[in-house]
Design a protein around this ligand. Sequence first.
Ligand code: GLC
Length: 448
Amino acid sequence: MTQPPVPGTAAAGAGAQLDWFTQARFGLFVHFGLYSVAARHEWVMTREQIPVADYERYAQVFDPDRFDAPALVRAAQEAGMGYVVLTTKHHDGFALWDTRESDYSTQTTVGRDLVAELVEAARAAGLRVGLYHSLIDWHHPDFTIDYHHPQRDAADARELNAGKDMARYRAYLHAQVRELLTGYGQIDYLFFDFTYAEDVDGWRGKYPQDWDADGLLALVRELQPGIVVNDRLGIPADLVTPEQYQPDAPMTAADGTPQVWEGCQTLNGSWGYDRDNTAFKTPDLLVRMLVDTVSKDGNLLLNVGPDGRGALSPRDAATLTAIGGWMDLHHRAVIGAGASDVPAPPATVVTQRPGRLYVHLLAWPFGHLHLHLSGLADDVLHAQLLHDASEIRTSRTDPSQAAWNTTPGGQPPGTLTLHLPTTRPDVLVPVVEIFLKSEDGGATTPRT
Ligand code: GLC
């Protein structure tokens, strides 16, 4: 079993409190901004190379009249999530809070501080508060043009860069981060996005020094000593953030050191509202992704992109509700759970918490499932389907595993055979919960 770095150690960053984070396992990402009005991906400004003056049209019409922070937080909570992460500013530079650094904000255009609204709602509901903040800013006049920038193909792009001063942008970036970390009480998590430290086609990328990443991280830790910070400043911080793929094992650093990690995932491939994109993941796929993530000691940050008025689409709301129905019955196999040393039988993943193992059945086999528990087999007290606490009979009383006409054999000593009903339970992912006699589960290492 891999263990995440101990909070407070060098790997975790000074003072970082990661316990709540690794316990929660499941959070809601909310991408909302001017791009939600365009409704064709949050990168629309650069994909379509829209000049700043044209893009600003969205600020004139943006009216988030259906952005309802308590409703969003409720949707997250009902889905079994423990934290919410809102975009404060995306790459288009538009701020969702009352910033003194710019008048390109919801405060100026509609007189609302959406960050304050979300933070208050999350805190009132007992959820942890996360802020996403873009390091990239395609609206700021001093942010230099590069291969991701909307003006990259402008005839005078290189000359324009000569007049830009990243030092001024850096000061702006630090000042906005300071506002966010001083104006809203305790912020539990900061998700910076992102550094691209390579040069392409003669363009310089953006490197940690472009943000003064060390200085910015120090500022963040000074202002919010307990905060969790991701790795996208381009320097190590508290966790790593694989995006839109499922790692095939617990994540480690190059030297093999275990890493706290959080995979972020979309519902349809786009983070911002994308009206015509229907490549939706089904609720059962999303639950399978969630339990797969937890079985590898990771968190899942699942995104929704509210529409141009700030509302969750009926489809996204229904997806969260369906996941919530499953979480309601199975939360203890996810929240506070993590990877297990028990090898997962085919088409399953295994999670564990002190004294319990959870076998998540991604496909429904006929009759029997063989778990190779080795020394732990003698430690099994009871097995049941988690959703209804109906007993699953096992081979515990017959350690010989001898074959008979209608019983399987050939299993090595230390195998626990589960006798499953023929009919698959009608839940998104059926889970067998195995009670162990000892808290530490014998051969397995307990998770706290
Ligand atoms: C990427 C994208 C961005 C999105 C983010 C979420 O870095 O640039 O649009 O917000 O991932 O993790």
